[in-house]
Design a binder for this molecule. Sequence first.
Ligand code: ARG
Length: 455
Amino acid sequence: MMWSGRFSQPTADLVLRYGESVSYDWKLYKHDIAGSIAHARAQLRAGMLTQAEFDAIESGLRGIEADIDAGQFHWSQKLEDVHMNIESELTRRIGAAGAKLHTARSRNDQVATDTRLYCRAQIDACMALVHDLQRALVLKAAEYAELRIPGYTHLQRAQPVTVGHHLLAYVEMLARDAERLGDCRRRLNICPLGSGAIAGSTINLDRAGIAAELGFAGVTENSMDAIADRDYVMETLFCLALIGTHLSRLSEDLVLWSSAEFGFATLSDAHTTGSSLMPQKKNPDVCELTRGKSGRLYGNLVSVMVAVKGLPLTYNRDLQEDKEPLFDSFETVDLALRVNAEMIAAMRLNPERCAAAVSDPLLLATDLADYLVRRGVPFRQAHELVGKAVAVAVGSGTPLNKLSLAQFREISPEYGEDVYSVFSLDRAMSLRTNPGAPNPDNTARRLAYWQAKLA
Ligand code: ARG
């Protein structure tokens, strides 16, 4: 036991079981070892270790790392966490020098360092996967750039859009997600090592040198903040939760699109599942799971926020509860991004079904109001005049674009003979030239932008 000096009784078994974190925090081992080597090198520079002692520590830690990599390391629950497991094994392997490693360091600054390094590495991996999914969406958007579908508000047909425009909306969201992860990374990439347990140490190692070796951009400025702070965990969890939200909305769109009722899209057999009872079923389970997993991403964020909010400065053991949610969110989002990229790449759109749905002339009711506005009718009045035409069409079971000129004129003389030109989808799309609108040139420009950016 690391603190046997003070204690006369061994820790109770149940307390060991209750308090151990090594069953999950072993995942920090690479960062723990990198942090220890940087810390030992600072001790060497300070003349506290001989070159031979440093070499023994470094090669001892590298040996332990290789064994863990190979799945050949025995983790002991009695040693509580990844930090004490590695340190105690190092001392077992190299003797006296190993026992010097923990000078001027506490597990409090050690765990904060490891967790920041872990977040940094995982954020980098996650950003790459976000970009992969964006690439899959851009490719699909390019493939169906001008395939028109109804756009929906309130899940009611609203106005015509294109599959290209719709899918590129998710590319924009994911771009913000990646940017947000980048911001979070920049803020967390500061080294807490040297903060000790709470108040630094009387043995002053070169913090800047340690930070530089570990690739941190600087050192934390307040030892109490550095030990107590889990902002970066919560911020990371929020970034991941928001990715989950975006993926969940994409999932919901695809659930709808792949239903018989919509029929816009067909997901591949490889990314859907059958039913054990109903032979005809082809279920969008990946979408449903992604939608469902957003719940645990939010839960992970909330559980850390609640665990932290009442804690007096600085370290409290409650903080150990940050790791499982953090690991779980990264692992959940990692797989979600991968499987969604694959599923999108394999998805087919069904042009006939899309064309049938988008041929609904009511999708152009707003364009009809704009037509009246161009003829000088104030918009509110135009809205009313089109509303009346829609009522006549719906009431008589006539498509809006099949009302006779007389019927239009009876509603208002502002309707001219050219009113029918409004119902050309080509024209409707080409008129939307403002930036951000689903105009073919805009879509082409944005596709080219993303293709270059993500290349
Ligand atoms: N396993 C602990 C954690 O994850 C490491 C820090 C322990 N520090 C302490 N003072 N008990 O938070």
